[in-house]
Design a protein around this ligand. Structure first.
Ligand code: DC
Length: 219
């Protein structure tokens, strides 16, 4: 079984996907984290923010010997656990640009399909129901007001001890929404057969139960 959860940053995808996975005994794959791993690698190599065109070539090259791994919801880059590092603001600021590169997407989509082979999986991302698994058993599209999404991200980062301003997070969310939904390659959009759920004024429990009901009536 494949369940696809798509939607913009902060709409609640990963929180909900993790809970549904636990409840239903599914494997969870956070595909955004995979784009974050590539972005972290590029940042570590000093590739981003220097020179436009060369930058693109260097990122494409970096894909040839990319060493990433995902085990039990922990994320590894060159065998080091970077699960916390990939959530840092510097990664969030650059990830949408990296995720807009066709070659990066081709490689990630390929890995996502391989990872999901013969498993019952719930994946969250931007293109799961449209590109990665257009025949998914259930497609959910989560949305929420941008201000509410910024508040959620702010609370998460503050809890982790990051020194951040809510305005900056709000700006970053708007910028990412724009890049993610207007890019040429697999833009963020609701699949025709996806069910839209607005999480703005709903509790996590409410959204989880709504989705569990959908999953159960789909089996
Ligand atoms: O869900 P997230 O914030 O961790 O995602 C990080 C970025 O990765 C997001 O800005 C867009 C991109 N992304 C994507 O293009 N396709 C996916 N399937 C998942 C994420």
């Amino acid at each position: 079984m494949i369940i696809a959860i798509d939607g913009p940053a902060g709409s609640g995808k990963s929180t909900i996907a993790k809970l549904v996975a636990k409840d239903m005994g599914l494997v969870y794959l956070d595909t955004g984290a995979m784009y974050r791993l590539v972005t972290l690698k590029a940042l570590n190599e000093g590739i981003l923010g220097n020179d436009g065109l060369n930058e693109l070539d260097k990122i494409k090259k970096l894909l040839d010997d990319l060493n990433i791994d995902i085990r039990e919801n922990r994320f590894y880059l060159d065998d080091a656990d970077v699960s916390e590092e990939i959530r840092k603001p510097v990664v969030s600021e650059n990830v949408s640009d990296v995720a807009a590169i066709r070659e990066v997407r081709e490689k990630m989509v390929d890995l996502q399909r391989k990872f999901s082979e013969s498993k019952n999986v719930i994946l969250d991302g931007r293109d799961i129901g449209t590109v990665v698994f257009p025949n998914a058993d259930l497609k959910i599209f989560l949305v929420a007001d941008a201000k509410e999404r910024a508040k959620r991200r702010y609370r998460e980062l503050i809890e982790k001890g990051e020194n951040v301003e809510i305005e900056e997070i709000y700006e970053n969310i708007l910028k990412r929404d724009k890049i993610d939904s207007t890019r040429k390659e697999s833009p963020l959009k609701k699949a025709k057969d996806a069910v839209e759920v607005d999480t703005t004024s709903k509790s996590i429990e409410e959204v989880k139960n709504e989705i569990l009901r959908m999953v159960n009536s789909n089996i």
